[in-house]
Design a binder for this molecule. Structure first.
Ligand code: ZN
Ligand code: ZN
Length: 168
């Protein structure tokens, strides 16, 4: 399940869809993202994290970012790093995301598991893909309480539209 907020600038028409959450393909997304993280494709921080903490977990849900330097919007994966807080084992759970996919028994850690069984270790240092600048990150709760953003094109005030909930 996920949520999309349309963001359309009244003045220049610049159009962006901020998306949050995860879909039913979550287990396969989790597997893909952790493979990239462990290989170093997502930067040195995540590679080091998984080398030092093989039982660590990351949040692969979608969140929204704004570049502090150039103001561009981007949908990114959260990628916050977590360590287990109890003896929860993702391998022992089955069928929670009951979909007819072969990933059903794959090891993954869902956002709900992170809340219940893990503690935050570090946040991922998101970089803007346009200019390399540091990004300010909004989870859905932070995003929902902020009434406006600045349009990256014309710098006009941009008010996000109502959310659209999707089940994919
Ligand atoms: Zn930027
Ligand atoms: Zn604009």
């Amino acid at each position: 399940m996920g949520t999309v907020y349309p963001m359309i600038c009244d003045k220049c028409g610049h159009n962006f869809r901020a998306s949050f959450g995860v879909g039913f393909l979550f287990p396969s997304v989790y597997a893909e993202v952790t493979v990239s993280a462990k290989s170093g494709e997502l930067g040195a921080e995540l590679k080091k994290f998984f080398t030092e903490h093989p039982n660590g977990a990351i949040d692969v849900s979608n969140i929204f970012g704004v570049c502090k330097q150039c103001g561009e919007f981007d949908n990114v994966k959260n990628l916050s790093m977590y360590l287990p807080a109890d003896d929860f084992s993702p391998a022992e759970r089955q069928g929670r995301w009951s979909v007819a996919f072969p990933f059903e028994r794959a090891e993954y850690v869902a956002p709900k598991d992170l809340k219940e069984h893990y503690k935050l270790f570090a946040k991922y240092p998101h970089k803007c893909k346009h200019c390399g600048g540091e990004m300010e990150i909004f989870n859905e709760d932070d995003f929902a309480v902020k009434d406006n953003f600045e349009c990256p094109r014309c710098h006009n005030k941009l008010v996000p539209g109502d959310e659209i909930i999707f089940w994919d």
